[in-house]
Design a protein around this ligand. Structure first.
Ligand code: SF4
Length: 348
């Protein structure tokens, strides 16, 4: 895979675009005014591997609270602005690291210009996003396909921002269908060198959202398209971050542990799902590229466990713990799993 080298944008203490790591984003389910819940949730997301966090800014109270929120968290903070450009200006004054808005709902061009001027004068990066549900009215009723309406809408907004002198830009063009998302991002990637924020919008509940997003983002990332990703899920944002990590890891684009466990079958004599979950919990907080196997029986167990950096296989009534292919312990399954968990502590 050859990565498309986009323009590098600095967001807080992170670099986005170029050949920098692909950054994982999520969004808080709390407003900044709910400061304790909002900050605590973001700290948990940081631990889970979130690189950039976005918060909804609904009114001036939220925009003001950005200042306090910034003191409590460590990752770059993006303010999500709709309808009122002054919320963007206030958020920037409160020290936000970037703002995201859809120019289509910011109002008159003068309002857009005022917000863009503020972003330029403070060197604040801006993501402009078009979603399939928020197209520019100019293109809404045209005979173009939905993807082309979104592409034309985004082109229109990019031209406006560029006319006003803003080039510190990240772009997104999220569609709610997998195939349309792929087509839309391929078209935008061919047109611009701005870094792209990938995602499928309104992707749905957990399994459906993860599958739709994995297919769309997997294809795009494998073509070298995309600099930051969000897996939108109706539900716990921690799941958004862990799924994003899994997508990136599957494409060798992220250093994090990979748990290999067999699907279980009639030969399985232990509660493998329980033990795999125990090990998965222990993998949280590890940011290294290691392979860990938890396997049910003799058929594929020893092979997979030996191939992995660390592994446990249940073989003829024994829990066998392997480290780099060598048998370290053979005894009860609980003891073998505990030895594996103990070993994992060294990677934290
Ligand atoms: Fe079944 Fe053994 Fe394969 Fe697991 S490793 S699925 S228990 S045959």
């Amino acid at each position: 895979m050859t990565r498309k080298l986009t323009k590098v944008i600095k967001i807080g203490n992170r670099y986005l675009g170029g050949d920098n790591p692909i950054l994982i984003q999520s969004m808080s389910t709390y407003l900044p005014r709910d400061i304790d819940n909002c900050a605590n949730e973001i700290l948990k997301l940081e631990d889970a591997g979130c690189d950039i966090i976005r918060v909804a800014v609904k009114d001036m109270i939220d925009a003001t609270m950005i200042k306090e929120l910034k003191k409590r968290i460590h990752i770059p903070l993006v303010a999500d602005i709709h309808f009122n450009y002054e919320l963007g200006i206030k958020s920037i004054n409160s020290g936000v690291d970037a703002i995201r808005f859809n120019p289509g709902n910011i109002g008159k061009n003068e309002s857009l210009k005022a917000l863009v001027d503020k972003a330029i004068s403070t060197n604040t990066p801006v993501r402009i996003g078009v979603n399939s549900g928020s197209l520019n009215p100019k293109f809404k009723d045209s005979s173009l396909s939905l993807v082309d309406k979104a592409v034309e809408s985004l082109k229109h907004y990019v031209s406006l921002c560029e006319e006003y002198g803003l080039t510190n830009l990240v772009l997104s063009i999220k569609m709610s269908s997998t195939l349309e998302t792929i087509e839309a991002y391929e078209k935008i990637s061919a047109l611009y060198d701005y870094p792209l924020h990938l995602g499928v919008t309104e992707a749905g509940l957990s399994d459906n959202a993860i599958i739709k997003t994995s297919i769309a983002l997997g294809k795009l990332l494998n073509e070298g398209i995309g600099d930051t990703i969000r897996v939108s899920i109706t539900g716990d944002p921690i799941r958004e971050v862990t799924s994003a990590k899994s997508i990136l890891r599957a494409l060798n684009l992220h250093d994090s542990p990979d748990l290999i466990s067999c699907p279980t079958c009639g030969r399985t004599e232990i509660d493998l799902e329980y033990y795999a979950n125990e090990v998965q919990k222990e993998l949280e907080g590890i940011h290294k590229n290691i392979k860990v196997a938890v396997m049910g029986c003799l058929v594929n167990g020893p092979g997979e466990a030996k191939e992995a950096d660390l592994g446990v296989a249940f073989i003829t009534g024994h829990g066998v713990f392997f480290k780099k292919g060598e048998v370290i312990y053979s005894g009860t399954i609980d003891d073998a799993i505990n030895k594996l968990k103990e070993e994992l502590k060294q990677y934290k």
